[in-house]
Design a protein around this ligand. Structure first.
Ligand code: SAH
Length: 357
């Protein structure tokens, strides 16, 4: 067991089993050994590759959507353009570069902000954005943003926030807990907390004993904070993540290290821990704030925003090898067997305007 595993085992010995949400929070953000606090997760040498790290086209098409949304809002100024959970800062770099071409007035006058929980990643973002020609403010929380219209983007931020699991037992839905086995290794058990009646899975779902149901109050709280701002001050938001548009039963907890999934207890703090995002729950939060919400697959969103045309234009001046790379990137971002179907895009605008996601 590694050092963080030993620290978690000591915590469980002292205070009893912990929830999946607590395990995830410790593994990702422990100040000494946490995954996001200490590691470089992104890219071929890291543990996983995200859409903006695959190709500049992703950020360019997100920027196209942002400009459309801003114009639909009546081109408000002042306006904040914020990214939540920006990783290396690559997405924002591509967005700013594209805004300068498509909407120079917006690029010149927007207030840019990065919302990042990891001081180490915030430092990497500072380096990435040092020469993009825009000033950035860094905050740990969106509550710190000025009270003005907000254009927000986020890629793979919701899956990084903790979630809870409940197990169907003879005694009802009880929270899944993490305790210690006889050999002192981490293992799943069942705690005592009940799933509150309001959060129960819909009646149509099969719920045999042993079934797992996931909820994510921390994800819904982030969405509520974004939705609350947009409802009060105007703005729009776009988020991408992997997950499902319909609520579902099932265990989606996973650890990813060096591009492979592994046991969630194998290397605490050394692997990324995630679960599928329940887009129906997030969409409901935004709708409950009176906002218009659209969800679609990442593939159909990118193709609607002009992925194929953009790839064609980028390829024009390049040799065959570089063109093949662009085609492969299109396939990775939008292909149904790659990120195109599993990943979803969710857009939020003030009212249901029929805006396309
Ligand atoms: N958007 C990037 C990185 C995704 S990984 C990309 O697509 O490449 C998740 C990111 O969210 C990391 O930068 C992580 O440090 C950050 N993060 C996790 N929890 C957060 C929180 N509560 N608030 C802000 N950022 C958070």
């Amino acid at each position: 067991m590694n050092r963080l595993g030993a620290k978690i085992a000591a915590l469980i010995r002292a205070t009893g089993p912990i929830s999946v949400a607590d395990y995830m929070t410790i593994c990702l953000f422990d100040s000494e050994h946490g995954y996001y606090t200490t590691r470089e997760p992104f890219g071929a040498k890291g543990d996983f590759v995200t859409a903006p790290e695959i190709s500049q086209m992703f950020g360019e098409l997100v920027a196209v959507w942002l400009v459309q949304a801003w114009r639909e809002l009546g081109s408000p100024l002042p306006v904040t353009i914020a990214e939540i959970g920006p990783g290396r800062g690559t997405l924002m770099k591509d967005i700013v570069r594209t805004l300068r071409r498509l909407a120079p007035d917006l690029a010149a006058r927007a207030n840019f902000a990065m919302i990042e929980a990891s001081p180490r990643l915030a430092e990497i973002q500072r380096q990435t954005l040092a020469d993009v020609g825009a000033d950035f403010a860094w905050h740990a929380d969106i509550e710190a943003l000025a009270p003005q219209p907000l254009l927000t983007v986020g890629n793979e931020i919701f899956d990084a926030l903790p979630f809870r699991q409940f197990v169907k037992t003879e005694a009802g839905w009880l929270e899944r807990a993490i305790g210690l086995g006889n050999d002192d290794t981490l293992r799943f058990g069942v705690g005592t907390a009940n799933l509150s009646a309001g959060a129960l899975p819909s009646a149509a779902e099969p719920t045999e004993v042993g079934a797992i149901f996931e909820i994510a109050p921390a994800r819904e709280a982030l969405m509520a904070a974004v939705a609350n701002r947009i409802a009060r001050h105007g703005g729009a938001a776009i988020f991408f993540d992997y997950g499902h548009i319909e609520q579902g039963i099932g265990d989606t907890f996973q650890a990813v290290r060096k591009h492979r999934s592994e046991d969630v207890f194998a290397n605490p703090g050394e692997a990324d821990l995630t679960s599928h995002v329940d887009f129906s729950a997030l969409a409901n939060v935004a709708r409950n704030h009176g906002l218009g919400v659209e969800t679609s697959t990442q593939g159909s969103f990118l193709i609607r925003m002009g992925l194929i045309e953009r790839a064609g234009r980028l390829g024009q001046a390049l040799d065959e090898t570089a063109r093949d790379k662009i085609s492969a990137d299109v396939e990775r971002l939008a292909g149904p067997d790659q990120m195109g179907e599993l990943f979803k895009g969710l857009t939020i605008l003030p009212q249901a305007t029929g805006n396309e996601c």
